[in-house]
Design a protein around this ligand. Sequence first.
Ligand SMILES: [Fe+2]
Ligand SMILES: [Fe+2]
Length: 234
Amino acid sequence: MKIAAIADLHCSTNSAGEMRELLEGVERAADLLVIAGDLTNMGLPDEMGILLGELRRLSLPTLAVLGNHDHESDRVEQLSSMLKTGGVFLLDGGTCIIDGVGFIGSKGFCGGFGKLAVQPFGERTLKELIRASIEEAKLLEHILDEMDSERKVAILHYAPVEQTLVGEERELYPFLGSSLLADALDRKGVDVVVHGHAHNGSPEGKTPGGIPVHNVCRFVRKRMGLSPYLVLEV
Ligand SMILES: [Fe+2]
Ligand SMILES: [Fe+2]
C-alpha cells in the first residue's frame, strides 16, 4: 500500500488554492492520504469546510489526527463531526485496518525527552500537564494491544523523538513532543511513525527501538526541497 503523509496544512478561509497545490497529484501517487494534525489554522469550522472541499475533489481515502491548532477555538466536537460527514476517518485514539494495514492515531502531547522530560512533581497544574502526556502514551499502548494487524502505522501530531526536532530552538523541545510516545510505540511495536507539529524540525528520525519516524510537516519538507507529502510504501 502506498500512503501519502502530510501534516500542518493550517488551512484558513482563504487557503483553498494553497491546499490544492499542496495536494497536487496525491490521488495518483498513493492509495491513501494521512494528515498528521493541524488541519486548520485556528480550529474554526469555516477553515475545516474549505479543507474538506479540497479533499472531496481528490476522492482518496483519508485518515487524520487533530493537532493543537485544531483545538485552538475549542470546537473539536464540531470539527470532528465535520470530518466524519466529509468522509475523513479521524483517528482520535482509535484504530482502523485498511487492506491489512493497521493504523493507530492520536494527537500525542508535550513533556520533553528522556532524562530532560518534565516530571509530574510539585504544582497541580504541572502534574496535570504531564499526566495528560502520560495518558496519551498509555492510550497508544492500549489501542495497539487491541489491534490485530501484521503491518502497523502510527500517526501522531506531536513528536515522539528528538531527532525530528533538530532545527528547532532547544528550549522549545519540551513543547514539541514527548519520549513517552516513543517508549509506548517501542514496547508494542509498529512499522513506521509519522508526525508533524515541528515546523522547523528535520524530516527523519528513529525511536530508541529502531522504528522509523518521519516528520511530515509540510514546512519542513518545503525547506528540504521535498514534495509537500511523503509517500511511504507499507
Ligand atoms: Fe503546525
Ligand atoms: Fe502543531
